[in-house]
Design a protein around this ligand. Sequence first.
Ligand code: ADP
Ligand code: ADP
Length: 226
Amino acid sequence: MAEITLKDVRKTYLGGFEAVKGITFDIPDGSFCVLVGPSGCGKSTLLRMVAGVETISSGEVKIGDRVVNNIEPSERDIAMVFQNYALYPHMTVYDNMAYGLRNRKTPKDTIDKLVKDAARILEIEPFLERKPRALSGGQRQRVAMGRAIVRQPKAFLFDEPLSNLDAKLRVSMRVEIKKLQRRFETTSIYVTHDQLEAMTLADQLVVMNGGRVEQMGNPLAIYEKP
Ligand code: ADP
Ligand code: ADP
């Protein structure tokens, strides 16, 4: 686990468009931070800079006490969950979850224990030998979360993970994510344009607009204001 610190973080895309215009805040260790705001306000760009899949034009991103600006995504000790699941279609659920651990030469029995524990928590044990195509959208998203959990990362980064699911499933998965957060207390950044989702999940809510932070704080305090 680790605190995440953003100091005057900026992103100017090739061509000169400034998508993130100087963002500064801390996400305390173990806290669930939700970035909310209209489409195009720079949420994904900010998240991708923390993940290391987008370069940081200026400013500083720290995970724990380590400045990660020039550190490869694979060395940042974070796990990402996307809306399109990004599962390997030719691998079983088990192998999808084990993949990252095998790459890191984790012992086989450790992998087995981590995968089975996560599968039990996420209630996907019956599907471990299936391929992703034989699962529903909600089940696939559980597998994607399982794959993130088994790596025991310092932080979880979520990019609109529920936006491909139907309304009913979105509500139940929201509860699921909150449960996981309480259990693992892993520092998290969660991007959504859905205010209700943001309210339900956030310890710390960051409202973005036009590449800047418009408001920040406890979700109830923010949305109860007239
Ligand atoms: P959000 O996640 O809030 O919808 P994004 O971070 O995806 O916003 O995008 C912020 C702005 O940056 C948008 O205007 C988008 O079109 C622009 N943008 C995103 N990616 C690129 C890119 N690779 N090159 C140029 N502009 C981009
Ligand atoms: P999201 O808002 O969910 O991040 P988008 O549809 O805005 O997704 O972007 C999808 C992809 O296209 C991203 O990789 C983003 O970097 C890229 N992109 C978005 N806007 C632009 C743009 N104006 N120019 C170039 N690439 C862009």
